[in-house]
Design a protein around this ligand. Sequence first.
Ligand code: CMX
Length: 421
Amino acid sequence: MSILHENLTTQAEALRAQRTALLKEHGDTVLGSVTIEQVLGGMRGVPALVCDTSSVSADEGLRIRDTPILDLTDITPEETFWLLVTGKRASATELDELRSIFSKYYAIPQYVIDTLKAMPKDSHPMVMLSVGLLAMERESEFRAAYDKGAGKDALWQSMVNDSVRLIGSIPGIAAAIYRIRFHDGNVIAPLTDDNDLSNNFAHMLGVSNDASWKELIRLYLVLHSDHEGGNVSAMTSYVVSSALSDPFYSVSAAMCGLAGPLHGLANQECLRFIIDVKDQFGGVPTDEQLTEYTWNRLRNGQVIPGYGHAVLRVTDPRFTAFYQFAEKHNLQDENVQIVQKIYNIVPGVLREHGKAKNPWPNVDAASGSLLYAYGMKEFDFYTVMFGVSRAIGLCSQMVVNRMMASPIVRPKSLTLAELSK
Ligand code: CMX
């Protein structure tokens, strides 16, 4: 048993006891009412999920285990996972062990590489990510434990094993997709002298040897890791895993949701937007040009990618963290300048337009321009980067839910006729 399992054993019992007590003592407490607008409007604001790993408020944004994300910009993905799943900061010994377990999985199985290589050359990288994860499902210890008759209170243990394997493997899957889809197909082996997860990911991508590239990848993996339970990818993995499907199925399904342009694909769309602006105006536009361009897009019924949010009503602190990174490293290429100009112009236009409840940037508005600045120019790949990070949060949420022995999800649907009546 790992130190992580030891840490979680007492917590699992406490979580189950807390859940049982809440159900027994307050099971019929009313949390609120649900309006027809909410039922027809994507369930906005309906309190229907439990998520202990992180929370998102309208006026502050993401907190991981109650710590604001801007106070966590120096930590590693390993520390992030530990914090998400246990609620505590890891000790040096705990981190050492976690890192060494993750590193066993950096080199992905050859059959996964073969599967990715066999896919059509024009497959979207997000399709390849989802397929790569599904191909690995045969490794699931969770499924094996269930097949051997593990009881529902014990299943979280194999969920931890699968999660660690999946988080350790997904950088290798993503890097293989990048090499196969956009380069010579030669997959880069993990480092032999460094078992840090983000350093290995940065290395296996083969984009840059710059120390600040490694720092960007570390930051990227921390910032996108979790965003409470109600977003499309988190809710997808929650629903799929509630049927006791293992994490490979659940995260693969979540990646299909992340691939949507209103969710994770927005970072790819964002860079497309920036490049379009650059091409149209031959460089950084003037304020007037950008204002006009934004209005034309809105009049055409298109969204401004990277702006707006279902929960946030302020600038996303994750955008701020990327913005500060660009300033710290003096990244001043044209794309970064356009990101800054968009930040100056678009919120005012969106406010005047009057539709978006939140005119401020979300995480996707800046991330792509930084990857581009280091030489990762294939923006079809950007959502895969997001997915590698988000897998950390998805797995953490699934582990916590399994520790609580959460039941299968099954809300009630109504027909439009029933609603109308
Ligand atoms: N550009 C133009 N219109 C926008 C807009 C934007 N960036 N954001 C919202 N709107 C529009 C909506 O399309 C909606 O229009 P309709 O009434 O015609 O349907 C109206 O404003 C109200 O929307 P909202 O309540 O403010 O926002 P939602 O909760 O419905 O949607 C989101 C949230 C993120 C899907 C939306 O803001 C959007 O499409 N943004 C652009 C895409 C994007 O950046 N997505 C990434 C989000 C972060 C992530 O998940 O990764």
